[in-house]
Design a protein around this ligand. Structure first.
Ligand code: AMP
Length: 446
């Protein structure tokens, strides 16, 4: 049976089959097999799936097909389909994928995101588009300014709803839903189902088909997970040692803070490893440039924070390194899912210092597996050195923490502003002044 036949059996039309064949999609992924026929029939969908499962094509292919049948040009300022994504990178990526699958169709697409001037976005929307991919904040802004109208949206998709929640966008999403016509086809994708997402599903979807492809918390079996117990002070050295292995040719290194990401990137630069950093403090252009350098192989390492890396879809990542363990165990699953994409294998290496043991326990509970530690052969720390990272981790002279070490229920979390080297990372610390809503503070962390 040929590739085309497998997708054709799901009801996919010829111009899209051609595009998929060119991408060498030899067979539909499980979520595609289940979602495509149902979406072509017009059903609503709840997809419990993370990136790497092929979910973009699962919703993108039927969307493109439905919009292209009996196509009429969009009205000025209107969009016929709206896709919401939590991060700028993911929005750009979704649009790129849709352009790829829809390259033989004549549909107009646009991306609306924050962090760049709105002028060209307003210009693009003057003539209207078939598909609009957007981050919630800027979209709402332009809707309120009446540059964009949403009352002709027939297809609505929320991607990575749980991340929307984490980033404090759920209220914006709800406000956007209020601008949409009641009569529409809707889809929501989320890797996990926290209560607020369940509520949103209830309000947004009508008798949805529920597809769960990667049960919550189960990490891809194909990923070889390794763990090093290593003092904070030696993490950089260990990273450099590991990078002597040429097999580590396309590596994402995760840190908890923006400050930490910069520090690791600087360290790698000093040791002759070409590395880019991507985090929320970088301009949209700088982030895109860093991603391009990495995607094209000009940079061997991409150092990233969780939120900035969310949804990044780059093939052939050889290794993911958790330079610092995430304080939310779900992030571990997302991070390591950057490797072993679309059926490939991959290696995830985690560094765990003494302050991160609690995070490790949370992760192992979530993935229902113990990660076996691997020994490293770095020299033993001297007594003086041993004392040092703990010292650096503690905050001195910071009033108002009520004497609680770290000031947070778990030790070593991003909230204590600790940088990659164990030194206080001023940036995250400065912003935690208690006067801002928690979702903004959370966003600052990446
Ligand atoms: P996603 O989960 O949408 O982020 O997709 C993950 C990756 O799988 C992307 O690189 C897609 O290009 C790729 N992909 C999606 N569907 C298929 C397929 N049927 N065959 C091969 N690769 C695919």
């Amino acid at each position: 049976m040929t590739t085309d036949n497998l997708f054709a059996q799901l009801g996919v039309a010829e111009p899209i089959l051609r595009a998929l064949a060119a991408e060498q999609y030899t067979q539909p992924t499980p979520i595609q097999t289940q979602a495509i026929p149902a979406l072509l029939e017009g059903r609503d969908l709840l997809g419990i799936a993370q990136t790497g499962t092929g979910k973009t094509a699962a919703f993108g292919i039927p969307l493109l097909q439905k919009l292209s049948i009996g196509h009429v040009p969009p009205q000025p300022r209107h969009a016929k389909a709206l896709i919401l994504a939590p991060t700028r990178e993911l929005a750009v990526q979704i649009e790129q994928s849709l352009r790829t699958y829809g390259r033989h169709l004549n549909l107009k697409m646009a991306v609306i995101l924050g962090g760049v001037s709105q002028h060209s976005q307003v210009q693009t929307m003057l003539k209207g588009v078939d598909i609009l991919v957007a981050t919630p904040g800027r979209l709402l802004d332009l809707v309120q300014q009446k540059h964009i109208r949403l009352d002709a949206v027939t297809n609505f998709i929320v991607d990575e709803a749980d991340r929307m929640l984490d980033m404090g966008f759920i209220r914006d999403v709800r406000k956007i839903v209020a601008h949409l016509p009641k009569q529409r086809q809707s889809m929501l994708f989320s890797a996990t189902m926290p209560d607020d997402v369940v509520k949103l599903v209830g309000d947004m979807l009508k008798e949805p088909l529920r597809i769960e492809v990667a049960p919550q918390g189960r990490t891809a079996d194909r990923i070889d997970q390794r763990l090093f117990f290593v003092p904070t002070l030696q993490k950089r050295q260990l990273l450099s040692e590991l990078l002597k292995d040429e097999a580590m040719n396309r590596v994402i290194v995760f840190t908890r803070t923006k400050h930490g990401a910069n520090k690791v990137q600087e360290h790698l630069g000093r040791t002759g490893v070409v590395a880019e950093a991507i985090h929320g403090n970088k301009s949209q252009n700088a982030r895109q440039r860093a991603l391009d350098q990495f995607r094209t192989g000009k940079a061997r390492v991409l150092v990233a924070t969780d939120i900035a890396a969310r949804g990044i879809d780059i093939d052939d990542i050889s290794h993911v390194v958790n330079f610092e363990l995430p304080n939310e165990p779900e992030s571990y699953v997302h991070r390591i899912g950057r490797t072993a994409r679309a059926g490939g294998a991959g290696i995830a290496i985690s560094f765990c210092d003494s302050s991160e043991r609690a995070y490790l326990r949370d992760i192992e509970r979530l993935i229902r597996n113990k990660i076996e530690p691997v020994a490293h052969d770095l020299p033993e720390l001297t007594d003086a050195q041993k004392a040092q990272p703990e010292e650096a981790r503690r905050f001195h002279g910071h009033k108002g923490r009520g004497g609680k070490p770290g000031g947070h229920k778990k030790p070593g979390g991003h909230s204590n502003g600790v940088g990659a080297n164990g030194a206080p990372g001023g940036e995250a610390q400065k912003k935690r002044n208690g006067s801002r809503p928690h979702w903004h503070r959370k966003r600052d962390a990446a």
